[in-house]
Ligand binder design. Sequence first.
Ligand code: ADP
Length: 499
Amino acid sequence: MSLVMSSANAVMAGSYDYGEVAGSILIAVAASYAALDLAGRVTAASGRARLVWLSGGATAMGIGIWAMHFKGMLAFRLPVSVEYHWPTVLLSLVVAILASAFALYVVSRQKLDPVKALTGSVIMGSGIVGMHYIGMTAMRLPAITRYSPLLVTFSILLAILFSLIALLLAFDLREETKWTVPRRIGSATVMGVAVCAMHYTGMAAASFIPSSPANLSHAVRISDVGNNAIAIVTLIVLIAALVTSSVDRRASAEVGEQLRQAQEDLARVTRVVAMGELAAAIAHEVNQPLTAIVTNGNFCLRRLGGATSSPDELRAAITEIVGDGTRASAVISRIRGLLAKGVPKRTELDVNQFIQDVTILLRNEFTRKRVSLRTELACDLPSVTGDSVQLQQVLINLIMNAIEATCTSTNGRREILIRSAKNPDGVLVQVQDSGPGVEPSLANRIFEPFFTTKAEGIGMGLSISHSIIESHGGRIGIVPSSTGALFEFTLPADDASVS
Ligand code: ADP
């Protein structure tokens, strides 16, 4: 393409080297890809690591954007020798890095509302325009540069528009998903082409009118070797940034996996600890049917040995043996269920039945601690779907906490009330005790992992209960009450239309 720069009184013809133009587009796309990738890293990092990612990322991205513009300028060939004032070139690089740092900062914030996106794009766009025109003033040639106000304005608007698109795309692509890489490549191509459009509009805005030789102090000529070196160094910097980012991403994914594993193990340990507390209750539960089985078995043996055995009597005793055996085995499978590292199993649940099962399991604990239990169960409850083992764990946690709380109560009353009710969210379960209650200032903290006020506490019970209820689509919390502590949770009803 051959250009004739418009001017009333003089003409300096310039032309574009297409190979160089293509090189500048390639760098623009690569820099855009790196920018999108680095935005994700800056967002994921925190503390000092965030600062390192922000400054390192901004340097790599800034070099990329700057190199694109500089190569774009070099792609424009004029019939005279052109040199560059290197301090000004350096200044344009600094402006590019600052604009990049600002862009990475904006997209790594939690929210990007329209006002922030617009102010962000005006600032980032001004940075890019600044870099571009500062870069142009670095040109040293025997000519005066004139700018077309219309095209300059157009290039500024393009830079702001491009920045807005870039900020929105980068914000949207921060999180890793399955389609992130192809989407980033697509977005980087759009951004790269947009950067080039802004740059070449800015170039078209300038006309060169022959004049006296330029002042060549601090000016350097960019040889072909230098020109290629800029491209190669830029690509190396961008590739290095991408490789570092990918290594870091993999390392943090590994840490995340380890953390998830640790949390899972911890949840299991807590269950085991809760089981330890329940051991006495369970031993009692199993012992009772076993004693009854032995008694009934002995009875049958005695009757079979004597002459007076009646089949009805024997049948009744054996039926009891079978019933007790079934009960004992149900208790054992419940224990196994609590300890199992299995996949959650969702089944339809009758909440009242489920509350009764748990209170039976804890019956001995109530007796041992001399705590009286009252239940107020609504009879018109809709059914819910859930993992009975996990939900049992929640209710056991709440009841065990309530039992412990009533034991520290100074008023001498040791009472627990369990209520079930229909509510707009589905089914509501409440556990209220006559203990000292929870200080309002601690109400939010008690659901945090490891928060405990007990000397022997682990502080995981409520936190695990919270995640279990959330995973069932319900909510759990503590509500103000006149006596003791009142915890409640909801579970969505199977029939969502229930109100
Ligand atoms: P832990 O029982 O091991 O401390 P939890 O997560 O179950 O762990 O409970 C966290 C904290 O919440 C307890 O240490 C206690 O301060 C408070 N808490 C829980 N339930 C009650 C309750 N019923 N009454 C008073 N405080 C409670």
